[in-house]
Design a protein around this ligand. Structure first.
Ligand code: SER
Length: 342
């Protein structure tokens, strides 16, 4: 029997990096990647086939469909929230039409090999939209069904694609004489801001935390674009990768939701600055608030209620705030930039 294949879109991005390293350890599945840019050589070496191209290229997706027997799609390709506000139409094309293409691809794949294709999708805290800071303070840990009124293009895209995935999983062509539902087994996490020690994000609005840490490690000054008291949830990248893999592997019957919150720690920007200074005491971190980007972060929850993920599929992050820095971020980042402890 042919080895099953996992298709990872947006594989060259931050999540893809960590995910490919983890998946490469498991030789039961071949990795096929799709990204508009070539992968970095150390990551490219870990994959069975690297395809450079766009999720908007349906001809390319048809060729992948013909060539591979894919039973898992991890669809990471997206434009993040800040970039999407500058190019909302492109954001809609990539984030929504691209996801629709991949869902159709998974549907066709499932119809062709007769097994459901597990489709793992990262949604985001951007799917929430709290109206003002008082409400945010009162709301505390937000449940999946609260405040689903995003204010950004990216948040709207993510929320709609959650629904689209649910449609493919449960109601696809429900009026057809021979409905083909159940071919796509859609599962989704709403990620908080993710912080990687090996890559720097681009185009997001939670980027201030990773930017602050990486700038300090490189010995560069950093002016943070949100207020010191700004609070949103974050997670260390290894826990984000684990969450995707755990969700992909759980039996369908265990799942009671389409989209699951996952959280780990929820520091203020000032608390991030303070913990960075513990390791890099000479770091020059100042504040230069960008009122517009601040408005976006203020509309995101201060924390998320992830009880459903813990209950249904055993989500349990390894890294709390202190451990994320002491055991993952600081040692890995020091190695990355070869910065001696000050
Ligand atoms: N990190 C993302 C962003 O800032 C949120 O999902 O856009």
């Amino acid at each position: 029997m042919r080895k099953p294949v996992v298709l990872i879109t947006g594989a060259g991005g931050e999540i893809g990096h960590g995910l490919i390293e983890r998946l490469a350890d498991d030789d039961r599945r071949r990795i096929v990647t799709l990204d508009v840019n070539p992968l970095e050589p150390p990551i490219a070496r870990l994959v069975h086939r690297e395809v450079v191209g766009s999720i908007l290229d349906k001809g390319l997706l048809d060729r992948l469909l013909a060539e591979f027997e894919i039973d898992l799609v991890i669809h990471l390709a997206a434009l993040l929230s800040t970039r999407s506000e500058f190019t909302p139409v492109t954001a809609h094309q990539v984030n929504v039409e691209g996801t629709l293409n991949l869902l159709e691809f998974a549907q066709r794949e499932g119809e062709s090999h007769g097994r459901p294709v597990v489709f793992v999708y990262p949604s985001s805290i951007a799917a929430y939209g709290l109206p003002d800071l008082d409400t945010k303070a009162r709301a505390g840990r937000v449940r999946e069904d609260q405040f689903a009124t995003p204010t950004t293009m990216y948040g709207c895209n993510k929320l709609y694609c959650e629904q689209l995935g649910h449609y493919y999983a449960r109601h696809y062509k429900q009026l057809a004489a021979d409905p083909q539902t159940g071919r796509v087994d859609f599962r989704c996490v709403r990620f908080p801001g993710l912080i990687s020690a090996v890559t720097v994000p681009s185009g997001g609005t939670s980027d201030y935390a990773p930017e602050m840490i990486h700038a300090a490690a490189r010995g560069e000054s950093y002016a943070c674009f949100v207020r010191p008291d700004t609070r949103i949830p974050f997670m260390a990248m290894p826990d984000g990768v684990d969450a995707l893999l755990a969700l992909s592997a759980v039996p369908r019957e265990a799942l009671t939701k389409t989209a699951y919150n996952v959280g780990a720690f929820s520091p203020t920007a000032d608390e991030v600055r303070a913990i960075v200074l513990e390791s890099f005491p000479r770091a020059d971190i100042t504040w230069a608030v960008d009122a517009k980007r601040q408005g976006i972060v203020d509309s995101w929850p201060a924390d998320v209620d992830d009880e459903a993920a813990r209950r249904d599929w055993g989500f349990s992050p390894r890294y709390d705030f202190r451990r994320a820095f002491s055991e993952y971020l600081i040692p890995t980042i020091r190695k990355r930039y070869q910065v001696a402890a000050s």
